[in-house]
Write a protein that binds this ligand. Sequence first.
Ligand SMILES: [Fe+2]
Length: 336
Amino acid sequence: MIQKSPQHPYVLVVEDDRDQRRLLEAGLGQQGFRVTAVRDCRSALHRLTLEKFDVVVSDLNLPGMRGDELLRLIRNVDKTLPFIMLTGENDVDVAVRAVRDGADEYLMKPASVGKVVQHILSAMDRRRRSTDKDRKLRDADMAQLKAFMSGVQALVNSLETKDEYTRNHSKKVAQIALMMAQRLPGMDKRQLREIRVGALLHDIGKIGIPLTILHKEGKLDEDEWEAVKKHTIYGARILEPLAKDYPLVQAIVRHEHERWDGGGYPDGLAGTDIPLGSRLIMIADTYDAICSTRPYRKAQSREFALKVIQEGSGTQFDPGLVPVFEQTYHEFPCPV
Ligand SMILES: [Fe+2]
């Protein structure tokens, strides 16, 4: 019997066979588990929205929705909830597939309560260990990124002293790119973090551009313009140490001046070949440039920035991202 404690595991049993369901409910209860037993997947999904379970034990062949379909729906929203599949003898192939699709264990019916308990405990233990491992990896990952970022911060600071305009510009571009990225479906934490870091560092390569060019008022000649364009390549080179663990950050910085129609630099990438983070920066950078005061002109309104970005949709800017900008731009900083 497992130790009874205020946190004793809560099991959701999904079984259409009444005798089997009652047997599991009573047997698991006697072993110290809290149990809710339902007869079909619809009721199971309902219970899952109401309560937090520690493990699901489900029959495979259920009337209406099957156990493997229930597993699929659960995995869409919860990758770690332990799931044990009960199956009849002829369902082994499906059960093996279910394990591949995210079930922790499968058990042939009829399964004794003792066997079910054993499988529940081993599934929960395995999940706990892999969650601990994930957390440790995540922590190590974050520590490494932080260490690198503090090194890069020194570079950002020296760039900001070199070029007044860049001060706060990178921060604002990162804020705008992140706010837009958060509106996109299917973005995970790591992608959002890489986009934010990429945007923060997008102009870091300007540290390699001579001050006389960076601060020149008026039009740049062809050679000067070619020199400025190199900041994307310098940026990617500075971020080389990040390439192994964060290849996206480096790619975002290299391609932040690529245009949707392929007319940008340094590689003339087009459409979705351009990293998403770079396409977001293209919009955020333009917005912030328009809304900032420069030596040769005053800041302009966010409505004017909107017009410029709408006009460039499909040529300079990703037409799929412009509607996201339209929905969010009123939240972005603009002094006018
Ligand atoms: Fe740039």
